[in-house]
Design a protein around this ligand. Structure first.
Ligand code: NAD
Length: 360
């Protein structure tokens, strides 16, 4: 049966890195007869330039019809001056996430041993690091009502947001995390602030209730301040971490930087049926766009995640990840991960090397 993959190149380096991920997907598709049908649509700044809005109806329809979506990145200074926030590139992304109900954000932080020097932490602290952060993406304080900014009596300005989760929202992200832990090292750490915030008292209760369904997974709880400390002190103690939207936003960026290079990190945003949008953790890097020097590996690894989580093609995902490891073993490096003694390659040379490694 054929599977529809919608490809959204976006802006800046987006089209360059997505082109390489497409090469890899087309190669594995032919090799393993996966039946993938790839199509492309506009999103972000590219869509604003072509249609006046960041998420055209045709793109949203194609996204709804697709089995999975692969995104490059959106954004750039030329669209940042529009006073109407609805006409900003990022609205295209947020629109797809909310319209498709992509509530489960999976961000692996994996340190390839070949890149251990790239981390700011000591090699022995991070070498072999393999963490998965599961972040709730469509609720919590970023979406809670009421919210606002007002001037009170006496001319005092006040800003306010509401941190709210109901038990169903917690349960569905909890399930994503327990399932992920079950498929990996069987350890789940739930991060909250249950000593201060009632909403996370509920979070902890629901995680404990869910644990009864996953007795094979070891569940622990940690306050977010301690989790931030432990992530930089001894990150290898973690397997899967699950947390709410805001804590996850912050902790997943910290975890990403443990690996030293944003150009290597993929991500997935999933709905309740494992349909998802896959994208590198980095942005559109306008400073290097058009120069052919961007690292395409985060996007290629995002394509691998897509095969594993949404397209039921785990073996194809394993092969792509092994091919990426192989090109690193061959000492090929884009500028962002370059070090002494390595051979510097362009964006397309890196993509070609992964394709060649797949063929071996
Ligand atoms: P960025 O991630 O685009 O770039 C940060 C730094 O990392 C830059 O120096 C860039 O050159 C470098 N970099 C990023 N990806 C790289 C890659 N693949 N290879 C080599 N180097 C890479 O973050 P930023 O500069 O803060 O944002 C630039 C634009 O991207 C903004 O418009 C922002 O809104 C947007 N953005 C989009 C997304 C997304 O589409 N999901 C995420 C973050 C930022």
């Amino acid at each position: 049966m054929s599977k529809k993959v919608l490809v959204l190149p976006g802006d800046g380096i987006g089209p360059e890195i997505v082109a390489e991920a497409r090469k890899v997907l087309e190669t594995i598709n032919a090799q393993m007869s996966l039946g993938l049908e790839l199509s492309e649509a506009l999103v972000g700044g590219a869509a604003i330039d072509a249609t006046g809005i960041p998420l055209p109806e045709a793109t949203l329809t194609a996204a709804k019809e697709a089995d999975a979506i692969l995104l490059g990145a959106v954004g750039g200074p030329q669209w940042d001056t529009n006073p109407d926030f609805q006409i900003r590139p990022e609205k295209g992304l947020l629109g797809i996430r909310s319209q498709l109900g992509l509530f489960g954000n999976l961000r692996p932080a994996i340190l390839y041993p070949q890149l251990a020097h790239a981390s700011t932490l000591k090699p022995e602290v991070v070498s072999g690091l393999d963490i998965l952060i599961v972040r709730e993406l469509t609720g919590g304080i970023y979406f809670g009502q009421p919210r606002g900014y007002r001037t009170k009596e006496g001319g005092v300005r006040e800003g306010f947001n509401t941190y709210v989760y109901d038990e169903n929202e917690i349960r569905r992200i909890g399930r994503v995390a327990f399932e992920a832990a079950r498929a990996r090292g069987k350890k789940l750490c739930s991060v909250d602030k249950a000593n201060v915030l009632e909403v996370t008292v509920l979070w902890r209760e629901v995680m404990n209730e869910l644990h009864a369904e996953y007795p094979d997974v070891e569940l622990s709880h940690m306050y977010v301040d301690n989790a931030a400390m432990q992530l930089v002190r001894a990150p290898k103690q973690f397997d899967v971490v699950v947390t709410g939207n805001m804590f996850g936003d912050i902790l997943s960026d910290a975890a990403a930087m443990l690996t030293g290079s944003i150009g290597m990190l993929p991500s997935a945003s999933l709905d309740a049926n494992n349909k998802g949008m896959y994208e590198p953790c980095h942005g559109s890097a306008p400073d290097i766009a058009g120069q052919g020097i961007a690292n395409p590996l985060a996007t290629i690894l995002s394509a691998a995640m897509m095969l594993r989580y949404s397209l039921n093609a785990g073996e194809a995902a394993d092969r792509i990840e092994a091919a990426v490891s192989k090109v690193l073993d061959q000492n090929l490096r884009t500028a962002d991960i370059m070090s002494e003694g390595m051979r510097r390659v362009s964006t397309s040379e890196m993509g070609d090397a992964v394709v060649a490694a797949l063929a071996e």
